[in-house]
Design a protein around this ligand. Sequence first.
Ligand code: ADP
Ligand code: MG
Length: 218
Amino acid sequence: MSVIKTSKLCKHYRRGSETVHALQDATLAIETGEFVAIVGPSGSGKTTLMNLLGCLDTPTSGSYRLRGQEVTGLKESGLVRLRQENIGFVFQQFFLLPTLTVEENTELPLLFRDKGKRLTHELLETVGLSHRRKHLPKELSGGEMQRVAIARALINNPAILLADEPTGNLDSKNSLKVIELFRELNSKGLTTIIVTHNREIATMANRTIAISDGQIAQ
Ligand code: ADP
Ligand code: MG
């Protein structure tokens, strides 16, 4: 069964008197355990698509089934639940809270949900940061901060990891480390979708979906 299945998904924004067709008839399926890279120029609709797949936003029209369940038409509370139970997010900006330690940042999502949680120390070991657990974000490198954000994204044991330009703020060495971590997590069964501008990184995924002007290239 496809873990993600969309049909003619559209997202239109109003900008003054004009309508922006950020996403047009996006039809795609992603199978359990895939590692997919979404590529496309700036403004092509990649973030719009990721936000829809992650139930952070709702489409203007079209259908989206997440693990068999129709998402469109759900109210905010339903979206929140789906998100918490299924999705881990990683963003270009790491969004770590500066006054919390590595460990506390990792555990932050447990404030909102404490079912099926994973052990913080295990996760920090997986991302190679258990020795840094008492440090503050400002004491870390960019690559380390992103690895904390990845640990945080995994604490609720999601089925799908969505990462929107996760290496956009990293140098090539740290980018590679982060992508290798994604590959390792994916090899353990985590369905992984990343947006990237970087061709080299895109080739490390199992499949590439290209998007331009809001449309998925076939
Ligand atoms: P990408 O992530 O590929 O750079 P986006 O999905 O962020 O592209 O944006 C796609 C298009 O939708 C762009 O033209 C962008 O300006 C527009 N857009 C994105 N979000 C909004 C918004 N909230 N309001 C109006 N236009 C938006
Ligand atoms: Mg974007």
